[in-house]
Design a protein around this ligand. Sequence first.
Ligand code: GAL
Length: 651
Amino acid sequence: MRPTLGVCYYPEHWPEDRWQLDAAMMSQAGISYVRVGEFAWSRLEPNPGQMHFDWLERAMDVLGEHGLKVILGTPTATPPRWMLDKYPDMLALDVEGRPRGFGSRRHYCFSHQGYLEESRRITRILAERFAGHPALGGWQTDNEFGCHLTVVSYSRAALAEFRNWLRRRYGSIERLNQAWGNVFWSMEYSHFDQIGLPNLTVTEANPAHSLDFRRFSSDQVVRFNRAQVEILKSARPDLPVIHNFMGRFTEFDHFDVGADLDVAGWDSYPLGFLDQSDNPSGHKLAYLRQGDPDFQAMHHDIYRSVCGGRWWVMEQQPGPVNWAPHNPDPLAGMVRLWSWEAFAHGAEVVSYFRWRQFHSAQEQMHAGLLRPDGAPAPALDEATQVASELRKVGISETCARARAAIVFDYESEWAWQIQPHAKGFSHSAQVRAAYVALRKRGVDIDILPKHAKSFEGYDLVVIPALFAWNDNLLAALRSFKGQVLVGPRSGSKTGDFTIPDSLAPGLPPELLDARVLRVDSSDAGLRVPVEGGGTVGHWRERLEASCDVLMTDDEGEAVLIVQGNLHYLGSTGDAAFMQRVLDGLLERAGIAALDLPEGVRARSRDGCRIYVNYSARPATIALAADESGYVLGGPELPPAGVTVARLSMGG
Ligand code: GAL
């Protein structure tokens, strides 16, 4: 589908006589999709069974009259107050066992059977009522699963379901005891009903117990989403079902949820993300009004992968937000830049959150395309500009396939949260380090799930800090002729959270004949220089290897080894070190790097390459060897500037 724009709209917040004007303004700005309804349950069903759907139908009529397509959200992220009277035990419990109560949103436990039924019921009624509406263009399930850390719940409902989940996974209690190693500390169970949740233990719970609980919690989200998808799909098989995921949410496996969806949406708030991040303050100040130059892109690439290609930005920051510790105003032009960058990574739709700033309640300080008084805010002009540029440039419908790929795995994220061993060690941080080093060289990147069966078509694959190998990945490695970089800690566990008999990285000797003998973990501030530049620290493996050593640190420890095309990195390092490692891999893989000025990034769609300038200073780029001219902008990129170059070979 041709890239286009959308917006999130709450007709229930505004007088009905304003809707016509709003719809006319949206359509004039070049917007095509309007997402509605996802928080409207108290207006759709003010009392149990008392349905008030006429207002929503009228709102959809108005939007339709102006040629707009509606994405209708199921309202299950905000159960109305009466629901709690019906099911007082539907709330999630936090790790301390306290209920997460009414008065904001997402106050439900994914395991509560009664609420699951209510979610099915409201979805069914909505589907019956609106499936045939001419303005309907698709559905959204719920809103941001996992927002406000709401996936993991320590409720009685979760406990009962967890025991059943364990019964199905292990079949017998003996197998569970064996898999978890429960002989340790006399933790053996005689039957499944003795098993509790891994909170409120005296010291840390068994990591295998904790990981199974995280797997289970993720599966509960999959189940909840699937229940809605089945209803929506059977009502309108032809329309896409979308969920809006979020940045840096890793509590559930997005690939598993994505398998049931047509399109992965995600909500992009560059300035909020940067302010909330653990980046050094110098970096935060340099990019205060632009956002981190790689964070959005990495998530675009993750979400392009989550549903096998189709993805949208469902919510795009249009000005200051309200929820970060500080909420700066974006640099003029950034809303346009963020939109173009999303299209560069293959987005079908960029939809702004929200149409008009609301004067009341929690998000009253959150900007919209319109101000609270209904007049245009600066972002409306930028969105309008993007819509007209899209028409002018006419970018292709497909996104170029990358030559480099990185494996990203939610289970690895949970595993290292459960057992960091070096405080702060995380799978996603290792993914990010490799991603940033490649992207600074202008390399297009695909993200692959851990069950990828083949790496065919790629020239370089990076596998950072992977918890455990699986048969697919091993088969993909065996048949791959391109260059591979396996990052520290990969394969250091079996799927049962035990150390493999062959020791980490647990690869067959024909792939890599090397072992991790022990690990030296330290404060992230420790910096051991590496011969040739950069430093390592935080996580350093003592390697025993019969293959070639490519890099050694100043203490004589091997940090990068290679056997055939497989490189193994035994230490975590700083940005300069990672850049050296990845530059070496790019060279061996024959992938040409672009010469990009500080803060400038690039990504190709089929037929063109899109440059964006995240820096607060102007930058100049040169035409790359595979480019034949400019379609939008030129070699001079002002701060927040965008240039689109034509690729001579069709990408
Ligand atoms: C998102 C959420 C929206 C709104 C927005 C504010 O996380 O989906 O409903 O709260 O943040 O930035």
